[in-house]
Write a protein that binds this ligand. Structure first.
Ligand code: IMP
Length: 438
């Protein structure tokens, strides 16, 4: 069964660990959107790996990893990651494929993003400054440069004219003529020899692999509430992080996505600006941040922390068609007297059960909380649901009830082994007979 794994909140849900855990059951792991704004942290045998662009499946020998057409690729960031993996003895040759239709993040995209953020002033998005938004703007504006274009060596071909026009637009936007298009073109041409062996028609590759019965995991980055269409617009990223993005971002038919797993923290976090109804700004927020080490994997920024927002997760269940949740970082809540779950919002004196589309309205929403008893005993490293403290079991069961789907996986720590796989759930189908931890 092919599986899509994606974020059910505002990103940083712990997808890296869940993807890593599930990878042995799959032949291929394919990323479908975003770029090196993502940061997937995986601990293997005590070693920490932070992957931004390359799917974390790369840590498993024999698994093919794909960077799909829906991803925006900064070649230098890609090579840095390849080098970093090589330093750890992991060779990507023959195992990493990059779509020829993926768009390239050009050197000035980052600069344009910083300028746009400065112009927005108080209304800034709080982006990761990786050039992601401007690269997608060029893609949608039909002036982008695609990975396959980099093969064009002719002096006045598609690549040369795209770079010339785009650099002229950059110089106009920035208000100087400092950037020379010839230099940008020369630099781009330098990356091709190293990039070429990785480049493929990844849609065709996936089609053939699936026809031969190979199993694919589709890996989302960021999260549902950061999706360009379904997130808290405009405080979102510039791509479709929802499950539908896997079809367009990889060139596969939607029926290839047979199952969808949403990853959600046992509480909630958000980096950057934008509404966050359950945010805790006082001592409890600080407690979650420190215990959960809630600092951005890509930018190091402190993450905003808050209680579990079941309205937001229910919404993610709906727009992604989630079959199940993986609830992560349960251990971060150990030792708290009481926990709060947001079950609805209060807006203008009325209680509402759905996320309003209007961001100003969402910002005005107050959470309606249900209080649930906490637990004293540590849950860190627990691998069986029945061995969790009774209150922690009750907490998970309540999250399942209010969110509307079962928690097939519960993560109780950062290591691969710190995981509960509920073998009476759909997870048993993903893991087959090989449930990894007992
Ligand atoms: P951008 O993706 O850099 O354009 O940033 C847009 C918004 O998405 C900002 O609020 C970022 O903090 C957020 N964002 C982007 N990537 C991630 C991620 O991997 N995890 C969490 N937030 C992210």
């Amino acid at each position: 069964m092919n599986l899509c794994v994606l974020g059910a909140q505002w990103g940083d849900e712990g997808k890296g660990k869940i993807v890593d855990l599930l990878t042995p059951q799959f032949d291929i792991v394919a990323r479908y959107q975003g770029g090196h704004n993502a940061g997937h942290t995986v601990y293997v045998d005590g070693r920490k790996f932070v992957l931004h662009l390359i799917p974390s499946g790369i840590l498993h020998p024999g698994v093919i990893c794909i960077i799909g057409n829906g991803v925006v690729v900064d070649p230098r960031a890609l090579f840095d990651e390849v080098d970093e993996l090589a330093a750890h003895g992991i060779d990507v040759a023959g195992r990493l494929l990059v779509s020829d239709k993926a768009h390239v993040i050009l050197p000035y995209h980052r600069e344009l993003e910083v300028l746009a953020e400065a112009r927005r002033g108080e209304r800034k998005i709080g982006t990761t400054s990786r050039g992601i938004g401007p690269a997608y703007e060029d893609k949608i504006g039909r002036r982008g440069v695609r990975i396959g274009d980099l093969a064009d060596q002719s002096p006045d071909g598609t690549l040369a004219s795209a770079v010339r026009e785009n650099v002229a637009a950059r110089n106009h936007a920035v208000g100087d003529a400092a950037m020379q298009w010839e230099q940008v073109l020369a630099d781009l041409r330098k990356v091709w020899p190293r990039l070429e062996p990785l480049v493929a028609d990844t849609s065709l590759y996936l089609y053939k692999a699936m026809a031969c019965g190979q199993r694919v995991m589709f890996e989302g980055a960021q999260g549902t509430l950061l999706d360009i269409d379904h997130g808290t617009y405009p405080f979102v990223t510039s791509s479709n992080a929802v499950a539908g993005g896997a079809a367009t971002g990889l060139g596969i038919g939607p029926r290839s996505i047979q199952s969808v797993l949403g990853v959600a923290k046992a509480y909630a976090t958000r980096v950057g600006e934008g509404p966050f109804p359950t945010e805790l700004t006082g001592a409890m927020g600080e407690r979650l941040r420190e215990t959960g080490q809630e600092y951005g994997a890509s930018t190091g920024r402190p993450r905003r922390c808050g209680w579990y927002d079941a309205v937001a997760v229910r919404y993610a269940v709906r727009v992604n068609g989630l079959d199940a949740l993986a609830i992560t970082k349960l251990d971060v809540l150990d030792g708290l007297d009481d926990l709060q779950i947001c079950t609805a919002y209060r807006l203008g004196g009325k209680e509402i059960a759905e996320l309003p589309a209007d961001t100003a309205q969402l910002a005005a929403c107050e959470p309606v909380y249900e209080t649930i008893a906490g637990w004293r005993q540590p849950t860190r490293g627990v691998t069986r649901f029945a061995e969790l403290p009774r209150e922690a079991q009750r907490y998970i069961r309540r999250l399942e009830e209010i969110s509307g789907v079962p928690a097939a996986i519960v993560s109780t720590g950062s290591d691969r082994g710190h995981t509960i796989v509920r073998d009476d759930s759909i997870a048993a189908e993903w893991f087959g007979a090989r449930v990894p931890v007992k």
